[in-house]
Design a protein around this ligand. Structure first.
Ligand code: HEM
Ligand SMILES: *[C@@H]1O[C@H](CO)[C@@H](O)[C@H](O)[C@H]1NC(C)=O
Ligand SMILES: *[C@@H]1O[C@H](CO)[C@@H](O)[C@H](O)[C@H]1NC(C)=O
Ligand SMILES: *[C@@H]1O[C@H](CO)[C@@H](O)[C@H](O)[C@H]1NC(C)=O
Ligand SMILES: CC(=O)N[C@H]1CO[C@H](CO)[C@@H](O)[C@@H]1O
Length: 424
């Protein structure tokens, strides 16, 4: 049986090959019809930002029963608008989960609840879910619980959350600049309210009625340039910029698209993305209504056989960086617009990593995961241990060179890094 196309794709993404669904590949190899479909599919998808799809979803799968997410009346997960005391923030996915009671409606939840919701509702891979959720506890909460918005009140159980400023309060740690629909904190004074005009631009970058991974990558490039040109304090952080920023774009397609037998990889039309982002009106007249993020009725999540795991996400991030190498430029403007200055990654990491080899092997994965722990220099000792365990699980097996510390001095030349956020 000839598997040349598979082998070619696998060769180019060798370090990620552990994640390849071997059982599915084997099934395809023994079924000529399936093999033909898979090879055609791979050939179509080998080029461009969407190349990772070929590796991680080699054979189209759709199972309506398994993928249907029931949010109709009586399901217990119908949409309920947030009250004024419910916490909501920069993440439309988590806001929608809370609006549908897949997370506590008040927006303050435990790490376990985040893991359960993200894996169950949209098919996030368990390792990625644990990593992102535990990091939320370490960066924005009191380890066990954290808020998707701002600081929880005492009544919401926030008594122990001394460091718990939530996702809104995590600028440069979790939350960063050049987001798809949210403004930059130091340009606009908030980092979480949906900007209708930015949503319109996302749609303008996605002509023909569909938002695709490619259109989102082009839009990201535009957003990056636009913020360099407009925000004197623009900062592309080692973790918030290099790892979280790609998630803010790829999650839109990977987690919000609707799935069907005809479109097993996902189709994200304007209606569906509007619902997830809480946008009223139509193309040309969009109006973001804060807090109304909603899972569409009659919506089908990604195939359960193909969870969006760390490896898949990294392959998407690497493909995007190959198309637009600036995404990996750590640094920022120096107090005026268009003054972007990059830091040397070798200097930042004491020579452990360098920009020339960041896209090779597991280097990017090693770099960003280890950097995540550095995102909070003021981290509590206990939190650091917890976080190290989680990172150990992700990094384990990658054979990473050990990053001991980063040279904070390298980042201190950027006012967008040193400036203190003030939260109301
Ligand atoms: C525990 C899991 C998650 C965590 C910790 C998390 C955290 C965050 C954070 C910190 C941001 C702000 C990033 C920025 O500044 O641009 C963000 C944005 C975003 N998140 Fe999440 N998120 C999670 C799960 C999800 C899920 C499941 C989805 C999709 C259903 C999602 C979709 C998005 C999107 C689309 C944005 C960008 C919003 C915009 O600016 O337009 N996230 N998330
Ligand atoms: C969705 O949930 C509602 C309420 O429990 C139920 O009546 C309906 O049959 C469910 N739909 C499907 C397709 O399971
Ligand atoms: C998802 O796709 C199916 C099949 O085409 C369709 O019946 C359903 O209405 C779609 N859901 C949404 C929310 O667009
Ligand atoms: C960065 O490293 C190079 C050598 O690799 C050195 O010449 C340079 O002075 C360093 N820059 C800073 C700011 O430390
Ligand atoms: C207030 C609150 O939600 N506390 C929770 C924090 O997380 C632990 C562990 O999951 C829960 O037991 C608490 O109820």
């Amino acid at each position: 049986m000839k598997l040349s196309t598979f082998q070619l794709v696998i060769a180019t993404l060798a370090p990620l090959v552990n994640a390849f669904p071997a059982a599915i590949l084997e099934a395809a190899a023994n079924d000529p019809t399936l093999l033909k479909r898979a090879e055609k599919f791979l050939a179509e998808r080998q080029a461009g930002a969407d190349a990772a799809t070929a590796l991680f979803e080699p054979v189209p799968i759709f199972d309506a029963k398994k993928q249907y997410v029931n949010v109709s009346k009586g399901s217990g997960h119908e949409y309920v608008a947030p009250s004024s005391s419910d916490l909501r923030g920069p993440c439309p996915g988590l806001n929608a989960f809370a609006n549908h009671n897949f997370l506590p409606h008040n927006g303050y939840a435990s790490v376990q609840q985040y893991v359960d919701a993200t894996t169950k509702v949209v098919g996030m891979g368990p390792v990625l879910a644990i990593f992102l959720s535990a990091l939320g506890g370490a960066l924005d909460g009191d380890i066990l619980n954290w808020s998707i918005g701002g600081k929880p009140s005492l009544a919401q159980g926030g008594a122990t959350g001394i460091l718990g400023n939530g996702l809104i309060g995590s600028h440069n740690k979790y939350e960063g600049d050049a987001s798809p629909t949210r403004p930059d904190l130091y340009e606009s004074g908030n980092n979480w309210k949906t900007v209708s005009q930015q949503f319109q631009e996302l749609i303008d970058y996605s002509p023909g009625g569909q938002v695709t991974l490619d259109s989102l990558t082009s839009f990201r490039s535009h957003r990056f340039d636009k913020q360099v040109a407009n925000n004197p304090y623009f900062f592309n952080g080692p973790f918030s910029g290099v790892l979280v920023q790609p998630a803010a774009y790829t999650f839109i397609y990977r987690f919000m698209a609707n799935h069907s037998a005809e479109n097993p990889i996902g189709l994200l039309n304007y209606d569906v993305i509007q619902s997830w982002f809480g946008i009223q009106g139509s193309n040309g007249n969009y109006n973001a209504v804060q807090g109304t993020e909603r899972i569409p009725d009659n919506w089908y999540k990604r195939a359960v056989e193909y969870p969006y795991e760390t490896t898949y996400f990294l392959a998407d991030a690497i493909n995007a960086a190959k198309l637009h190498p600036k995404f990996l430029n750590i640094g920022g403007n120096t107090g005026t617009t268009n003054s972007f200055t990059g830091v040397d990654i070798a200097n930042l990491t004491g020579g452990v990593f360098n920009s020339g080899t960041l896209l090779q092997g597991n280097n990017l994965a090693c770099f960003v995961y280890q950097l995540s722990a550095q995102a909070k220099p003021d981290i509590l000792l206990g939190a650091l241990d917890q976080l190290k365990n989680v990172i150990g699980r992700v990094v384990g097996g990658l054979g990473c060179p050990q990053l001991k510390a980063i040279d904070q001095k390298q980042l201190q030349q950027f006012p967008g890094y040193t400036r203190q956020a003030v939260y109301g």
